[in-house]
Write a protein that binds this ligand. Structure first.
Ligand code: ZN
Length: 412
C-alpha cells in the first residue's frame, strides 16, 4: 500500500499532537517512542497497533484528544463483551463525516432529486445519523424512518416514492422478501440500495437485487473511525473506494500482524488523518478484506479499493483443526440456486468431538435428503470435513431487522 507525502505528513503531525495531550490515550500508549525518529512509511509501520480492548479501557472519555468543551457529540460502539467504546467528535469531525458520507452518495449516483429512506438505527451508534447527515449535505430528501415497523416502511416506500433504500443487508433481504410476498414490486420506485455494517454473501445480494430491481452499494465504516461512510463501491464493480484524504489503509496478516502485499487477504487496519476528537493510529478493525490491485474504471484511483468483506476475524470457527468462515458456507450455497440464501451454523461438542450442523432452507418440491447429501459433499471438498446438513422449510430460519446472527458456537 502506498503512502503519499500528504498522508505521511498528516500522520506525523497527528502523532506529535497526540503524544503531547496531557494524560492522553496515545501519550500513555506511545510513551517511550520517539515520534521525531519516524521518518518514513517503514518507521510508521513499526508503531504498535491500537486494539479495540485498548479503546474499551479508555472508557468513558479517555480517548478524547481535545478539551471537553471542544467535544460536540459522542457515539458508542456496542460491545458484545461488556464495556462500550465511547468515541468523542468535535464540530470538524461531525462535518468531515458528513462530507465523506455525501461523497458516498455521489459515488452511488444519488442526486438531490433522490428520496432516501433511512432504516439504520439512530442514537448512540453511528448508523442512522450518518446516513442522514450525508443525505442532507448532498441535498437529497431524507426520510428518517429508523429501524423496524416493516408495515410502515413499505407504506412510506410507496407513498413517498423512495428511490434509495438504506439498510443492513439483513433488513434489505427481509424487505425484498416482503415486497415479493405482497406482490407490490410494481408500486415501488426504488433504484438503489445502500447497505452497511454487515457483509452479505453473493447469494443474498442477488436475491435482493432481483426482488427489488436495485443497484447494490456497500458502504464501509465503523464507529471507531467516524462511522459508516468512509468508503463505498462505485458504479464500476464491488470494490469499495476508501477516502484516502481521511483514512490511511493497511492490510495485515491477522495472526502475525505482518503487512501483506496488495491483493492478498488480511485484516483491515486504519489510521485517521484528520480526526480531532479521537484520532486512531493503526487501529485493528478485525474486518477481513484485501486491497484490489490495479485501476478502477471510474478513474478515482486516489482512493484505494477494498474487496467485499469476507467477514470478521472473530467470525472464524476453528473446527477439526480447520479455519472455517461463514463466507465458505455462503459460497457453497451459491452453487445451489434452488436453495434460499439464509443459513444457520451451529457448532457443538458431542461425545468427545466437535460437530458442525448447517441448516439451510429448501422448497418442499425438492428432494431434501438428496439435497442435503449434495451440499454436505460440496462442503467436504471445500472445507475438508463433512458437516451435518439439515434442510428446513423456506422462511423457517429467523430474519432480522438489524444484523442476522447466523453462527452459534455451542461448545463450552
Ligand atoms: Zn471506482
Amino acid at each position: 500500500m502506498q503512502m503519499t507525502e500528504t498522508q505521511f505528513s498528516a500522520i506525523k503531525q497527528q502523532l506529535k499532537k497526540l503524544v503531547a495531550v496531557p494524560d492522553g490515550f496515545y501519550a500513555k500508549k506511545y510513551a517511550g517512542i520517539d515520534i521525531d525518529a519516524i521518518q518514513d512509511k517503514s518507521d510508521f509501520e513499526k508503531l504498535p497497533f491500537t486494539e479495540k480492548a485498548d479503546l474499551r479501557e479508555a472508557y468513558p472519555l479517555g480517548l478524547a484528544a481535545v478539551p471537553a468543551e471542544k467535544i460536540v457529540r459522542i457515539h458508542s460502539s456496542s460491545g458484545t463483551t461488556g464495556t462500550p467504546v465511547i468515541v468523542p467528535y468535535t464540530k470538524k469531525d461531525v462535518e468531515d463525516w458528513a462530507i465523506q458520507f455525501a461523497r458516498c452518495y455521489e459515488y452511488a449516483g444519488v442526486t438531490p432529486a433522490d428520496r432516501v429512506q433511512i432504516t439504520p438505527g439512530y442514537g448512540l451508534w453511528t448508523a442512522g445519523i450518518g446516513f442522514q447527515a450525508g443525505c442532507e449535505r448532498l441535498g437529497a430528501m431524507a426520510i428518517p424512518m429508523g429501524p423496524g415497523n416493516t408495515e410502515k416502511q413499505l407504506q412510506f416506500m410507496m407513498d413517498m416514492e423512495t428511490t434509495v433504500f438504506t439498510a443492513t443487508a439483513s433488513y434489505a433481504l427481509l424487505i425484498a422478501e416482503e415486497v415479493e410476498r405482497r406482490g407490490i414490486g410494481d408500486k415501488i420506485k426504488l433504484k438503489k440500495l445502500i447497505t452497511g455494517s454487515e457483509r452479505a454473501g453473493e447469494k443474498i445480494r442477488e436475491r435482493i437485487i432481483s426482488s427489488l430491481g436495485v443497484e447494490y452499494y456497500d458502504i464501509y465504516g465503523l464507529t471507531e473511525v467516524y462511522g459508516p461512510g468512509i468508503g463505498i463501491n462505485c458504479q464500476h464493480g464491488h470494490g469499495m473506494h476508501v477516502w484516502s484524504d481521511y483514512v490511511y489503509l493497511e492490510i495485515v496478516n491477522p495472526e502475525t500482524g505482518e503487512l501483506v502485499e496488495d491483493g492478498e487477504w488480511g485484516e483491515i487496519v486504519l489510521t485517521t488523518l484528520q480526526k480531532e476528537g479521537a484520532p486512531l493510529i493503526r487501529f485493528r478493525t478485525h474486518d477481513l478484506s484485501r486491497i484490489i490491485p490495479g485501476e478502477c474504471a471510474c478513474g478515482h484511483n486516489e482512493h484505494p479499493r477494498l474487496d467485499t468483506l469476507t467477514g470478521r476475524s472473530d467470525d472464524m470457527m476453528k473446527i477439526h483443526g480447520v479455519n472455517v468462515f461463514p463466507a465458505h458456507i455462503e459460497e457453497i450455497l451459491q452453487e445451489f440456486p434452488e436453495l434460499s440464501s439464509e443459513y444457520q451454523i451451529r457448532i457443538s461438542h458431542l461425545d468427545g468431538r466437535d460437530t458442525m450442523r448447517v441448516y439451510i432452507e429448501a422448497p418442499g418440491t425438492l428432494d431434501w435428503a438428496q439435497t442435503a447429501t449434495a451440499v454436505a459433499m460440496r462442503a467436504k471438498s471445500k472445507i475438508g470435513f463433512t458437516p451435518l446438513v439439515k434442510i428446513v422449510e423456506l422462511g423457517f430460519l429467523p430474519r432480522s431487522e438489524k444484523k442476522t446472527k447466523r453462527v452459534f458456537d455451542e461448545r463450552e
